[in-house]
Write a protein that binds this ligand. Structure first.
Ligand code: PRP
Length: 195
């Protein structure tokens, strides 16, 4: 079995492939991710009935979540993107920079921020305050992953896919040095890779 299998499907025994890729464990398979995103989508549809939604994705990690969550929603949405940077290596520096701002005027809009992971909460607490200053009707957060043990800033998150332990996770948009984002599943990275 070649390494290609990990990118193609979760239906194969990928233990050997994972070892090759420095992943110690699969946390969530492609199927588990899609099932949870569909559940979140049903909740969002119910909560936002009769209101427009502007999905705001945070590049780059949220690309996969945005693609799949937006397509799981059986209703109209608009999509816009921001790029912010708060990390050097694997540790959160707490320094947030806007690398790419929204194209959309947020005045009166119902904004739903779509994230892949909330770790320390520094990025999202800063981002939500920034977005709220632009006069939207509402700002809420949907994240696939959250690390409750790592939280340094309180962030009110309306939609959480999975709470996870404080381990270094990659795949499905999440990177280590820009790699692993294109894995279909989410796994933990072996410590020797990043220490
Ligand atoms: C990740 C993630 C969040 C942020 C969360 O992005 O997408 O934006 O970290 O971390 P925090 O809760 O500790 O602030 P990252 O800075 O790694 O950029 P990327 O999405 O381009 O990989």
């Amino acid at each position: 079995m070649g390494k290609r299998a990990l990118w193609q499907s979760d239906s194969v025994d990928i233990s050997r492939v994972e070892a090759d890729l420095d992943l110690t464990q699969t946390l969530f398979t492609e199927e588990q991710i899609q099932t949870r995103l569909a559940e979140m989508a049903r909740q969002i549809e119910a909560d936002y009935e009769g209101r427009d939604i502007l999905l705001v994705g945070v590049l780059k990690g949220a690309v996969m979540v945005m693609a799949d969550l937006s397509r799981a929603l059986n209703r109209h949405v608009e999509i816009d993107w921001m790029a912010v940077s708060s990390y050097a290596g694997t540790k959160s520096s707490g320094v947030v920079r806007i690398l790419k701002d929204l194209d959309t005027d947020l005045a009166g809009r119902h904004v739903l921020v779509v994230e892949d992971i909330i770790d320390t909460g520094l990025t999202l607490s800063w981002l939500v305050a920034n977005l709220r200053s632009r006069g939207p009707a509402s700002v809420e957060i949907a994240t696939l992953l959250r690390k409750p043990e790592a939280l340094e800033m309180p962030v009110e998150v309306k939609y959480v896919g999975f709470d996870i332990p404080n381990a270094f996770v990659v795949g499905y948009g999440l990177d280590f040095n820009e790699k692993y984002r294109n894995l279909r599943s989410i796994g933990t990275l072996a410590e020797h890779v990043y220490s």
